[in-house]
Design a protein around this ligand. Sequence first.
Ligand SMILES: Cc1ncc(COP(=O)(O)O)c(C=O)c1O
Length: 359
Amino acid sequence: MPLEFSERVARLPTYPVAGGYAGDAPLVRLASNESPYPPLPEVRAAIERALGTLNRYPDPANSLLRRRLSDRYGVPQSRIAIGNGSCDILLAAGEALLEPGAELVYSWPSFSVYPHLGAASGARAITVALDDEDRHDLPAMLREITVATRLAIICNPNNPTSTAITLREIAAFLDEVPPHVCVIVDEAYCEFNLLEDPDASIDLLDHHPNLMLLRTFSKVHGLCGLRVGFALCGSERLPQALDQVRQPFFCNALAQAAAVEALEHQDAVIDRVARNVAERISVAERLRALGIEPAESQANFCWFSLGAERDEQAVMRGLQERGVLVRGGTALGGAGSLRVTYGTPQENARFLDALAEVL
Ligand SMILES: Cc1ncc(COP(=O)(O)O)c(C=O)c1O
C-alpha cells in the first residue's frame, strides 16, 4: 500500500526550483534574482560574531532587528513582522487569513509562491491578467474583490515581468478596497525601482490598517542564503496573527545578526542599485540589437518574449550548454519568455554572447 497523503498535498503546486546546485562546473547563475555581490565584510564579521551563540536558541521576538527596522523605517516595532525569508511571511499570511470559502486575488503571471496560498488553505484563488505592458491591472483586480475576499496581493515590481506600477495607482486601489481585505504589497525588489522613492509606500500604512508591505534581505542586501525578510504592517493585529501560526524560532541567529548589520550599510544599497541600473541599460541595448524588446524593468532582472518562431526549451538548453542558467517563462506562467537576472558585467556579457549564438 502506498503512503496516503492529505488532499492538500495533492492540491499544492511544486515550486519551480532553479537548477545548478549539484554540479561543480562554474556557472553563470541568472535564474533566481539573486545579488551577484557577496555579503559585505562587516556583515560577514557580524555573522562570525554570532557563531559563538549558536548553542542558544535565537531571540524569538527578533527584538534587535525589529528595533533597528523601526528606527530605519519609522514604523512601530509592534507593527513589524520578521520571517524566515519573506516567503515565510507570505505563507503565514495565507494560513492566518485564508480557509475554504474565502478568496484571494492576485495578478498572473506573478510570484510563483502565490498559487501555494490558495492551494494550501482551500481558499479560491482568483487570478487577474496583466495589462498589455505586463503591468498589474489594479482596476481589474478591484472588480474581483467580493465579501469573501480576505487577501489581495500586488507584486511591485512584479516578478517575473520586472515591471512596476506607480504609488498613485496603489494608493487609489487601497482607497477602494474594503477594510476586511488584507492587501500585501510585495516589495521584494523595491530598492531597484526608479519610478519612486522605495520608502514612499510606508506613508500608506498610517491610512490603511489592512496593508502589509513585504520586504526582504534576499535581494539588494544579498543575503538570500540566510533567509530573512520582514513586513511593515498597518496594524498590530497582522504581525500577531502571523506569529500565532508559526513555530517560535522562525528566524535564525545568524540571519538576525546579518540583517541588523546590513541595515547599517545604506551606502552599499545605493551602490548596488546604481550598478544594477547600469547593467539594466546595457543588457536592454544588447537585447534590442538581437531583435528582442524586453519589458520595462524596474527590478534586478529582465523579462522578454523570445517571439513566436523560437522555442523556449531549445533556447534554455542552448544557454545551459554554454554554462548560463536563466528561467524559462513556462514555469513562471509566461510560456515563450525568459526571465534573466542581471549579474556582474562579465556574467551579463557571457549570457548575451551565449544568447546571440543560440539564436
Ligand atoms: C516577488 C517576490 N517576493 C518574495 C520573494 C521571496 O524572497 P525571500 O523569501 O528570499 O525573502 C521573492 C523571491 O524571489 C520574490 O521574487
